[in-house]
Design a protein around this ligand. Structure first.
Ligand SMILES: [Zn+2]
Length: 251
């Protein structure tokens, strides 16, 4: 059994050569300075890698990941990431992106309480317990996990929006926008869940996360948005082609 991971180093050489072949200045550019516009806060799940699902190159997105993309306001790791991203990189967008089929969410809703991860997931566990009567009415276990996954993202965006780091950026007039997304493992598509928050006023106008439990909205992927837009323009064209179809009879 090999103790070295030579096959991974070989893959790295192949990747580096391919990059240089396609773009000889690629690594010279990368070595100079990173200036990403986005901070991605995602799950550690190996199947959801920010650059891949967004189609972005290295250097274009600053990344923080942990189990179930939880934002603990006492977590030095995420606080340091947020401070660097906001104050030094001056990212314009912070995206919290979870995913359907998240093992962290499943664990948070289980009865298991024996590992460190159960401390980490405690806010999700407590949120589920608080609204258990409502969640128990969902049609299936999958529907429950999906809904809690969505609400978890909304909850984390709200937490970021209350952080002094973020409030101070908004008070300084910094252009900073928060987004809540969820990724579908089954189709590779990201859904825009919201909330979208760009100021203290917008944050304060948000309904509470407890209210959101009772008002589910169907999250829309970019593909669905394109389809709806195409349908709208088609409908408009039809209306123009036969303007009398829906008009009241004037005779
Ligand atoms: Zn996950």
């Amino acid at each position: 059994m090999t103790r070295k991971l030579d096959y991974l180093l070989d893959r790295n050489v192949a990747w580096s050569l391919a990059k240089t072949r396609d773009d000889p200045a690629y690594f010279r550019r990368m070595a100079e300075q990173q200036s990403p516009s986005y901070l991605w806060i995602g799950c550690s799940d190996s199947r959801v890698t920010a650059n891949d699902v967004l189609g972005l190159d290295p250097g274009e997105v600053f990344v923080h990941r942990n189990i179930a993309n939880v934002v603990h306001t006492s977590d030095l790791n995420i606080l340091s990431v947020l401070e660097f991203a906001i104050q030094h990189l001056r990212v314009r967008h912070i995206i919290v992106c979870g995913h359907y089929g998240c093992g962290g969410i499943e664990r948070a809703l289980s009865e298991e309480r024996s590992a460190m991860v159960d401390h980490w997931l405690q806010p999700i566990t407590m949120f589920h317990r608080k609204h258990r009567a409502h969640f128990d009415r969902l049609s299936s276990r999958t529907a429950l996990l999906d809904r809690v996954s969505e609400l978890n993202i909304e909850m984390q965006v709200r937490r970021i929006a209350t952080m002094p780091l973020v409030e101070n950026a908004w008070s300084r007039g910094q252009d900073l926008h928060l987004h809540g997304w969820i990724y579908g493992m089954h189709d590779g598509l990201i859904r825009d869940l919201g909330p979208h928050v760009s100021s203290i006023e917008e944050r304060d106008a948000l309904p509470s996360i407890d209210q959101r439990v009772f008002h589910a909205e169907e999250p829309a992927s970019g593909l669905r948005r394109h389809a709806l837009e195409a349908f709208s323009s088609l409908k408009l064209t039809d209306d123009l082609a036969s303007p009398s179809c829906c008009m009241p009879d004037e005779h």
